[in-house]
Structures are given as C-alpha cells and as structure tokens.
Design a binder for this molecule. Structure first.
Ligand SMILES: Cc1cc2nc3c(=O)[nH]c(=O)nc-3n(C[C@H](O)[C@H](O)[C@H](O)COP(=O)(O)OP(=O)(O)OC[C@H]3O[C@@H](n4cnc5c(N)ncnc54)[C@H](O)[C@@H]3O)c2cc1C
Ligand code: FES
Length: 277
C-alpha cells in the first residue's frame, strides 16, 4: 500500500472565489479558485463557510464552518479549481446552496488523510449519495496513474440524485433504491456480486454510515481490504476540539486528523452515533 505524505493546509482561513455553479437533482456543485493551498489528495476535506451570510439563523446557526470533501481538484496557472458537491440538509449547507458565481467562500484545508492507494490490487470504488464527492476525486487520481483499472459503483435514492455522477462524466455501475435507473436496490448488492468474483480487489468507499458498515462487513467476510471515508461532527477540522472522535479497535481517534479515511480492519463498526448523515 502506498502511503503518500498528506498535503499540509496553510495556517488560517482564506478567501476563494466561486467560478461555477451547477445543479444536479437535489445537489449543487460549486467550483472555487484556491490560490493559497496545495493540491489535495482524494479523501481529504476542507472546512467551509461564507464570509457574510454565516450565522444569524433563528438560533444563531450556522456558527461553525462545515466539513466538505472536494470532488475535483484541477491545477491551473491561477491556482487550484476545487469542486464541492453538497445537498442542503441543514443551516450550513442551506447557506452554501445560496452561493453563486462571483461570491466568496472562506475555506481552510486540505485536512485529514486521503485514501492510501494499494497498487497491487484491483481498485473498487463505492459511492453512496453525497459520498460521491471523494469517489469522483479518487477516480480522477487513479485515471492519472497509467494502466490502473478501477471499477466504480454508485448508489443513489433515484435517477434524479444519480444525475450528480453526470456532472463528472463518471464511469460507473448504478443502483437506485426506487429502481428508476440501473439496478433496483442497494449499491452493496453490486459490490457483493463483484467481490465474490474478484477477491483480489481493494474497496474504497464513502457514503452513509449504514452503507459503510455493510461494505465493512462484506469485505471482512470475503477477506478484501477496505478503506472507508467516514463522517462525524467536526467543529475545527484540524485536531483541536476533539469533537470528531470515533471509536476504533485501538481506542478513540480524531477523525479529522487520523481519518476521515480509516481502514475497515481498524473498526468494530462504521455505524458512528451522531454522524451527520
Ligand atoms: C470529512 C467530511 C466530509 C464531508 N463531505 C461532505 C460533502 O462533500 N458534501 C456534503 O454535502 N456533506 C459532507 N459532509 C457532511 C457535512 O459536513 C454535514 O452534513 C454537515 O453537518 C452539514 O451541515 P448543516 O448545517 O447543513 O446541517 P446540520 O444541521 O449539521 O445537519 C445535517 C443533517 O444531519 C443531521 N444531524 C445533525 N447532527 C446530528 C446528530 N448528532 N445525529 C444524527 N443526525 C444529525 C441533521 O438532522 C441533518 O439532517 C462531510 C462531513 C465530513 C466530516
Ligand atoms: S474536528 Fe476538532 S478535533 Fe477533529
């Protein structure tokens, strides 16, 4: 397994300008030009907020920035074009839904550990819902490595949600819960069928905790390594607040520093209580 030194976040928050906004079903993708940070690795994340519209809701929320994975990072002569993909599920993401082209975002990052690629095994990428973001980034990373053959499975609630994969021309096999496109059922049905034929795989997954747990259990049963991009409530994103601790076999760990990607073998369960999704 190749462990690459993580790109370090510059100190403090910085302003980035939004250069593009696209809508796919319930999801919004924002592109922002980052002139102050290093190129991130798939699975790393940023803390985001807006400079002027944050806070001030009925209960003062959103007070803290929100953690978002990046979905695509393209190096340009004028900084890194960073894509963020999200759905409005609460005060923070609702504010981000209102952001348009030309607006500013305040970001800090990239934080955390990305996926550690295992060059020897077949990469199997698994995305559930908004967990698509780091999986797009990982597919981009793999495409740049010559000769790497990856298989990607995406699970969505409906064809409407699945349109997010179209924003990134992602080659994938699709499962929808309502059967409106692709296989009707859970994405793990597709993953199981694949792994039963190809135990020489390594699974890289991001999605709701229940999906990650199903992937973890399946991989453990079949002896397949898994790397799971997890979520927990994050207040700072860089190790200071201990708000993001999750239980592992070796005790509690800060997900923002030691994750968000954890090896499935480190966990008794991926069902983290209090995980936002
Ligand atoms: C490393 C990382 C990467 C992430 N990447 C993305 C991404 O790329 N795109 C994206 O859309 N989101 C991403 N998230 C999730 C996002 O940060 C959270 O959903 C965040 O809470 C949204 O903020 P909010 O104010 O909009 O909603 P919140 O008010 O925080 O609520 C979000 C949802 O979670 C529920 N919720 C909140 N707290 C709890 C709790 N304690 N127990 C159970 N349910 C709870 C709420 O009911 C609501 O439905 C990521 C999170 C992490 C940690
Ligand atoms: S979010 Fe503050 S320590 Fe992890």
């Amino acid at each position: 397994m190749s462990v690459v030194a993580r790109p370090q976040a510059p100190f403090g928050r910085r302003i980035v300008h939004v250069t593009d906004r696209r809508v796919a079903g319930p999801y919004v993708a924002l592109t922002a030009r980052d002139r102050g940070g290093p190129a991130p690795l798939a699975g790393q994340f940023y803390m985001l907020m807006t400079p002027t519209t944050w806070g001030g809701g009925a209960d003062g929320r959103p007070y803290l920035p929100r953690a978002l994975s990046f979905a695509r990072a393209v190096s340009t002569a004028d900084g890194i074009a960073l894509d963020f993909l999200f759905e409005g599920v609460g005060p923070g993401t609702d504010r981000l839904m209102e952001v348009g082209v030309g607006d500013e975002l305040l970001i800090a990052g990239p934080f955390g550990n990305g996926f550690a690629l295992d060059g020897e095994r077949w990469p199997v990428l698994v995305a559930g819902g908004i967990g698509l973001a780091p999986i797009v980034a990982l597919e981009d990373e793999l495409r740049e490595l010559d000769g790497v053959r990856a298989t990607t499975f995406v699970g969505m609630r409906s064809i409407d949600h699945a349109s997010a994969a179209g924003l990134y021309e992602l080659e994938h096999e699709l499962a929808t819960e309502d059967g409106s496109a692709g296989h009707q059922g859970y994405v793990t049905d597709l993953v199981k069928a694949h792994l039963e034929e190809h135990a020489e795989s390594t699974v890289y997954a991001c999605g709701p905790a229940a999906m990650l747990e199903a992937v973890r259990v399946l991989c453990a049963e079949l002896g397949v390594p898994s790397q799971l991009a997890m979520e927990s409530g994050m207040a700072c994103g860089f190790g200071a607040c201990y708000g993001c601790v999750v239980p592992t076999k070796d005790g509690f760990t800060r997900l923002c520093v030691d994750g968000p990607v954890l090896d499935g073998s480190q966990l008794d369960t991926a069902l983290i209580s209090g995980a936002p999704h």
